[in-house]
Design a protein around this ligand. Structure first.
Ligand SMILES: [Zn+2]
Length: 301
């Protein structure tokens, strides 16, 4: 067997972690194969072709619309595609991504269009919609449950196989860089979704950009670390408020390395995404009444 196809259970046949190319560093991501159901298609063109030769893939389940999770769709056009209603439009029309990333008429628009071409992305038609708690009875042993876990995108879903207690969390990715930098993201929902995942009885998880994590204790530690990154971001934004006596507008927080501590070669994109993410924190602060809105900006409450 190719070394990127890794069985996840000795007890239950037919569950594989499929490692994305370059350790699933963007623009690639990991997948999970359960029976003839593949979750996400961003492992790379070449790996997907190899996987198709090894296994029948009759169904494709999406965690969400991001390009690094759907780029291989064009290689699976005979399969049945499933996603949540709220992510349907950008999966069916990849040009929608430009709007959702808020990059229209910026240099990033051209970069993203070049990437779409490079990855050979094509539009597909979603065949069926999934909802929270739907169950796919894959065979006598494998029962895959849909967990609607919005936040990273509006329609993000995780998947949980009930007998083996193995879950695929998509981009609740347990990396060092939690992301909610598109217009349809929500930090409030993201935190609720993470809390829901934490409450699950899980033995093994895999995510879109982290490898396999085994054992409830280790999984909980990783989830807590992930949540603490969000809290550190809260604190940095609140500190920004404390340091200034006048009301703050969203744009005052632009390009201050609040979320990206160092901008990289993708600086143009990072600045746009960072401001969108900060906006999601302000939305949360308003709800929690940590800040209030005045005529000329926000102030601490
Ligand atoms: Zn994503």
């Amino acid at each position: 067997m190719e070394d990127f196809i890794i069985p996840l259970s000795s007890e239950f046949d037919g569950i594989y972690f499929i490692e994305g190319f370059q350790h699933a560093r963007y623009p690639y991501s990991h997948s999970m194969l359960i029976g003839d159901y593949l979750i996400d298609t961003g492992i790379s063109h070449k790996r997907l072709k190899t996987l198709k030769k090894r296994f029948p893939i009759n169904n494709v389940l999406f965690t969400h619309w991001h390009e690094d999770h759907i780029s291989g769709n064009y290689l699976l056009k005979d399969a049945k595609f499933y996603c949540h209603l709220k992510d349907r439009i950008p999966i069916e029309n990849v040009d929608e991504m430009i709007r959702l990333y808020n990059v229209k008429n910026t240099p990033v628009e051209d970069e993203l269009n070049s990437l779409i071409k490079l990855l050979r992305m094509q539009n597909i038609k979603v065949d069926a919609l999934i909802e929270d708690n739907d169950i796919f009875n894959i065979n006598d042993q494998l029962k895959l449950k849909v967990l609607f876990t919005p936040g990273h995108t509006a329609g993000h879903c995780a998947y949980y196989e009930q007998n083996s207690k193995i879950a695929f969390l998509g981009d609740i990715d347990l990396s060092k860089y939690p992301y909610y930098g598109n217009l349809d993201a929500s930090l409030i929902e993201f935190e609720e979704s993470i809390a829901r995942i934490k409450s699950l009885d899980i033995k093994i998880v895999a995510t879109g950009h982290r490898g396999i994590i085994e054992g409830k204790k280790k999984i909980n530690e990783e989830i807590e670390k992930y949540m603490s990154i969000l809290l550190e971001r809260d604190e940095r934004i609140l500190a920004f408020f404390s340091e200034r006596s006048r009301p703050i507008e969203l744009d005052d927080l632009r390009e201050h390395n609040i979320i990206y501590r160092k901008y990289t070669a993708f600086k143009d994109f990072e600045i746009i995404a960072e401001l969108l993410m900060i906006e999601k924190h302000l939305e949360k602060f308003l709800k929690e009444r940590l800040i209030i809105e005045k005529k000329n900006g926000y102030v601490l409450n």
